[in-house]
Write a protein that binds this ligand. Structure first.
Ligand code: SAM
Length: 240
């Protein structure tokens, strides 16, 4: 066990996430494939092993420090890109039923390859815009947890993500250092999409010590028929 695996395992064990050798190997294969495919397509600016473990894998898993991942929850990751945060969470919590939505097919192909290579089951991958997929009855108002990292500002994200959340479920947005302004601007979108701001959690990455925030929004009623608006509109004309 090298230094990277040792700290990774220890830091997660402090949070009652005890990784097996097999899970560590799944992370390692994921890192190798990320680096290999990144030469052919734009997946991430971070490829150095230690940095990937901290800024992608560990960072993704921090969601579970604040939002419970008990049992066979249904989770959706909107704009997952190279699989963050959902694939590291799926490796740690294999029983979650995961749906990934991304509008770039090349990234979906990468994710299919990774999940097959590391043997993850119950992962549905959808190539499409969140605005369109959220109109399908099998995805609308269905998920216990919906998440997104580095996709858009919170008022846009609310329109892309809250339609997927079931009543009583939670949308958890993973944000960087200073989310206060975004949160202040998101009031209308939260109300319109039938959410209620619950918490803004703050954390630091273990070594780099950069600040992160996780914003949780509880869904209090079904999505109104008028949302989400047509693909592209939430970004062009954000609810303010
Ligand atoms: N979540 C990943 C992360 O944290 O590394 C990827 C972030 S990447 C900057 C944003 C991703 O969101 C891209 O893969 C893009 O294709 C996807 N995306 C942007 N708008 C979207 C939409 N309306 N519906 C689905 N995917 C979208």
């Amino acid at each position: 066990m090298d230094a990277t695996w040792t700290w990774f395992r220890e830091k997660l064990s402090e949070r009652q996430i005890d990784l097996s050798e097999e899970q560590l190997h799944q992370f390692e294969t994921y890192w190798r494939l990320l680096v290999e495919w990144n030469e052919k397509m734009n997946l991430t600016g971070i490829t150095e092993r230690e940095a990937v473990y901290e800024k992608h894998f560990f960072d993704s898993i921090t969601l579970s420090f604040f939002v419970p991942f008990n049992g066979e929850i249904r989770m959706a990751d909107i704009g997952s890109g190279a699989g963050f945060p959902s694939l590291p969470l799926k490796i740690c919590f294999p029983y979650i039923r995961l749906t990934i939505v991304d509008s770039l097919n090349k990234r979906i192909q990468f994710l299919r390859h990774v999940t097959e290579a590391i043997g993850l089951r119950q992962v549905e991958m959808i190539h499409g815009r969140a605005e369109d997929v959220a109109r399908l009855p099998e995805h609308r108002d269905q998920y216990d947890i919906v998440t997104a990292r580095a996709v858009a500002k919170l008022n846009v994200l609310n329109e892309l993500c809250l339609p997927f959340v079931r009543k009583g479920g939670v949308f958890a947005a993973m944000k960087g250092a200073n989310p206060a302004e975004e949160v202040a601007e998101a009031g209308r979108s939260i109300r319109e999409l039938k959410g209620e701001l619950e918490q803004v959690y703050r954390l630091e990455l273990p070594f780099e010590q950069s600040e992160r925030h996780i914003i949780t929004i509880r869904k209090v009623a079904s999505t109104p028929r008028s949302y989400p608006r047509k693909a592209g509109v939430p970004l062009k004309q954000p609810l303010v």
